[in-house]
Design a protein around this ligand. Structure first.
Ligand SMILES: [Zn+2]
Length: 244
């Protein structure tokens, strides 16, 4: 069956001396794998359209017998040039792509995941982008996959928070208010708790990496899949380089 779909390229790896396997997120067909024969050759026509983090329209032969489909045509729709040339933005995008690849459910209809990813890549492509693009995306992905993070209400009494939460219980679903917290010193980092309060009020976050880490661990914890995301380490290194 010949099918046309808009995709975001998530990952590409060598399959042989001349071919690639390309993984892509499609709104209607979920995460797809394409075998791109001859893709590594300089004269291959659709190279740019099948490069990581490009958004493209792909015409492919959807196999019913195999998970590997053959690309017939690919047209580049958006290359996100500003994002691709900004080391930190690119590293954040790589984290998102890897998380989609390793955590996305295997059902077909991933249109909301597709929209959230394209929205985040578009934001990263428009400098100066908000530093919390990855935080927001992780927060939304948790909600989308059924693991909403309680940042506005207390998970114990259900009351709306009127100040910074007294603690954050990752395994129980989020923030706890002062009245419901039966220990004096919070287990969560106080800076993170302060940032949760700021986040809740749409104010800038000070310790972005702390919140990214917490929201990613939240996803790991609630999905029950402790799959490592290697790009997170790369993002950390990139930030170190950029801050020098
Ligand atoms: Zn409470």
């Amino acid at each position: 069956m010949i099918v046309k779909s808009t995709v975001v390229i998530l990952h590409r790896y060598a399959y042989s001396d001349s071919s690639w396997v390309v993984k892509a997120l499609s709104a209607h067909y979920g995460v797809l794998s394409f075998l791109v024969k001859g893709g590594k050759q300089a004269r291959y026509s659709f190279k740019n359209a099948l490069s990581p983090l490009a958004m493209s329209e792909v015409v492919f032969n959807k196999s019913s017998k195999s998970d590997l489909h053959f690309v017939k045509e690919a047209t580049l729709l958006e290359w996100f040039p500003q994002m691709q040339s900004d080391l930190e933005a690119l590293a954040m995008a790589q984290v998102m792509a890897e998380i989609v690849l390793r955590y996305a459910p295997s059902y077909l209809d991933l249109d909301k995941e597709f929209d959230l990813l394209v929205q985040a890549l578009t934001q990263l492509n428009e400098p100066p982008y908000s530093p919390s693009v990855l935080v927001d995306w992780l927060f939304n992905m948790n909600s989308l996959w059924g693991y909403s993070i309680a940042t506005a209400c207390c998970i114990k009494c259900g009351g709306e928070l009127t100040e910074a939460p007294a603690d954050f219980f990752l395994d129980q679903g989020g923030c706890v208010c002062k009245n419901c917290c039966n220990h004096f010193s919070p287990k969560a980092n106080p800076l993170f708790l302060k940032d949760l309060w700021h986040y809740n009020q749409n104010k800038p976050i000070e310790k972005i990496p702390l919140m990214e880490k917490a929201f990613f661990m939240y996803l790991q914890n609630h999905s029950g899949a402790e799959r490592e995301i290697h790009s997170l380490q790369w993002l950390k290194e990139v930030r170190k380089i950029c801050s020098v």
